[in-house]
Design a binder for this molecule. Structure first.
Ligand code: HEM
Length: 412
């Protein structure tokens, strides 16, 4: 690395003010130091739209950052993490071509438009069930994340993967354990032990499920994955287990944050909420605008695969790069009036689902979940309002963007 930037320009993602509103510092970074070396994060921070898009398309950067991490572990940690790293290494999200190309070619046979459309009745049913529960509980004040936004995508992904809904608590516990490693929680001292335990339980569950479906096939997305073939090539059992875990992670917290951020933005912009109520067809534009204005993808992580220079900075092999998607989505070089939340915006080529070979495979499903959830929520609770006594609590994380708690009043 080689970094000198404006001396008073500090990007500290753990500063609570930055967590609540990172956009002022993004604006400064874009204008003053678009390829910024952050000593606290020990990484490059890239913030302009064109650079973010180009880097996601470039083969100067790699998604495969596990090998370097794993080989640097002391032996006892490496032993603890062996199985976890084994499965994560089979995620196409962490593979570069040609391995990525092979996995993606097979997986696209399962992620088809009709397969995702088949999920729509499940999304509607789950949404109504959760809203019924909220209504019958009769509590005036609730945390919308816990009671709604978190559960909806969890049940959808469980249906998709053929996991019975009564296993929610197990899955939540295993996935929370694994998330302390994958999400890079700063303060979890026992994070490797927990992550190894979560991975052991989750992989054992999916291994048994895949074996059972091979014995007793039933039409489902999981079956589509098991049967997916490209040129006679299909996923091995290990790859199937890894892919189930990936789908659970990729499709869960992201969609929770889409629903939570959408509710928060609409409540903070009553004119836009009124415009949506006046014309429910605007829900498509509303979800796209949420994805742009404050979407769940704050940043994507890459490692420099080949030395190169960008805006005069020397990015060296092995350096870590945070590609700041949410900053790119507010770049005035790309969007007119980017600081305006406008659900009728027409030019909206946001980068929230990524770009290039790793473009999100679940975007269609996520959009559908977002539209159904947000529309039904505001219809069911016309007086929904932010809790005036408890402000939202933002996640302390650099990659996902969303609230950990979103206290609301369901009735006036
Ligand atoms: C609002 C919700 C979602 C957002 C914002 C989102 C965002 C993204 C982004 C930015 C990437 C690219 C990551 C990178 O380049 O490093 C990605 C990849 C991926 N997403 Fe999503 N995602 C969402 C929901 C989902 C859902 C619901 C699923 C599955 C059911 C899913 C499955 C995947 C998979 C499998 C990949 C890996 C693709 C690859 O590496 O080729 N995502 N997602």
């Amino acid at each position: 690395m080689d970094g000198q930037g404006a001396d008073d320009l500090v990007y500290d993602p753990s500063d609570p003010a930055v967590m609540a509103d990172p956009f002022p510092v993004y604006a400064r970074l874009r204008d003053e130091d678009p390829v910024h070396w952050s000593p606290s994060v020990k990484s490059w921070i890239v913030t302009r739209y064109d650079d973010v898009r180009d880097l996601l398309l470039s083969d100067h950067l790699s998604v495969n950052r596990l090998v370097r991490f794993y080989t640097a572990r002391p032996p006892e940690e490496a032993a603890l993490l062996r199985d976890l790293i084994h499965y994560l290494n089979l995620w196409l999200a962490f593979r570069d071509p040609p391995d990525h190309t092979r996995l993606r070619r097979i997986m696209r046979h399962a992620f088809t438009a009709p397969a995702i459309e088949r999920m729509r009745p499940n999304i509607v049913e789950i949404t109504e069930m959760l809203l019924d529960r909220l209504e019958t509980r009769g509590a005036a004040r609730v945390d919308l994340i816990r009671e709604f936004a978190l559960q909806l995508p969890a049940f959808v992904i469980m249906d998709l993967l053929d996991v019975p809904r009564d296993r929610l608590d197990d899955f939540k516990a295993w996935s929370d354990d694994m998330a302390v490693f994958i999400g890079g929680a700063r303060n979890a001292t026992d994070k490797y032990t927990r992550a190894a335990r979560g991975c052991r339980k989750m992989s054992a569950y999916f291994r048994d499920l895949v074996a059972e479906r091979r014995r007793d096939p039933r039409p489902s997305f999981l079956m589509d994955l098991i049967e997916a073939q490209d040129d006679g090539d299909s996923l091995t059992d290990d790859e199937l287990v890894a892919t189930c875990i990936l789908v659970l992670f990729a499709g869960h917290e992201t969609t929770t944050n889409l629903i939570g951020n959408a509710a928060l933005l609409l409540l903070r912009h009553p004119d836009q909420l009124a415009s949506l109520r006046a014309d429910p067809g605007r829900i498509h534009g509303a979800i796209e605008e949420v994805l742009r204005y404050d979407g769940p993808t704050n940043a994507l992580v890459r490692e420099v695969a080949e030395d190169h220079v960008l805006h005069g900075r020397h990015l060296r092999e092995g350096d870590r790069v945070f590609v700041m998607v949410n900053s790119a989505n507010r770049d005035p070089r790309q969007f007119s009036e980017p600081e305006r939340f406008d659900i009728t915006r027409t030019q909206n080529r946001h980068l929230t689902f990524g770009q290039g070979i790793h473009l999100c495979l679940g975007a269609k499903l996520a959009r559908e979940e977002g539209r159904v959830a947000v529309q039904a929520l505001f219809e069911r609770f016309p007086e929904l309002a932010l809790d005036p006594e408890e402000p939202p609590e933002w996640l302390d994380a650099m990659v996902p963007r969303g609230t950990r708690r979103l206290p609301v009043r369901l009735k006036g």
